[in-house]
Design a protein around this ligand. Structure first.
Ligand SMILES: [Zn+2]
Ligand SMILES: [Zn+2]
Length: 157
């Protein structure tokens, strides 16, 4: 399965080569970092976790922002320094293994629908549960304190 994506202005383009749709795991995350600060002030994170090897830029070089997520986990975030589109992120503990691609950057975001929803206790009150998601964890906000690595590693089978 081959997918492609780009930033808004197309200075950055990438391709994804997945063995199957199951090789990706899309999830919504309502943790405090995804919800407010990290995803360019959107109210939730929506990313597809893919193996690092499946992802490759075909055009341009992203700008990188590295920072503590507030819970002592270093997060790497990459975006277009022309239009500001957020392309992907990853926590330092999984930097050699996975990328979390911003779903909206895919040319066909519907190809990888959400399979999980996390930190649902922090979901915005007006926002309904996503139907059909296999995993719906009701994690307590305090769990984030241990490290946002959880936001990533918790999604494992
Ligand atoms: Zn751009
Ligand atoms: Zn999160």
């Amino acid at each position: 399965m081959r997918l492609s994506g780009s930033c808004y202005c197309h200075a950055l383009e990438y391709k994804l080569e997945l063995e199957s749709p199951d090789a990706a795991r899309t999830s919504l995350c309502h943790c405090s970092s995804c919800k407010v600060k990290s995803l360019w002030n959107k109210l939730y994170g929506l990313t597809a976790k893919v193996p690092l090897m499946s992802f490759q830029y075909t055009s341009g070089k992203p700008k990188k922002f590295v920072g503590d997520n507030g819970s002592e986990t270093i997060l790497h975030r990459k975006f277009c320094d022309i239009c500001g589109s957020f392309i992907l992120e990853y926590g330092d503990p999984v930097k050699d293994d996975f990328r979390f691609i911003c779903l909206g950057s895919l040319d066909e975001p519907d190809a990888l629908p959400p399979k999980g929803e996390f930190f649902c206790e922090s979901r915005s009150k007006w926002m309904p549960e996503i139907p059909g998601t296999i995993i719906t964890l009701l994690l307590k906000e305090r769990m984030i304190d241990s490290r946002l690595g959880r936001c990533f590693s918790q999604n494992e089978d």
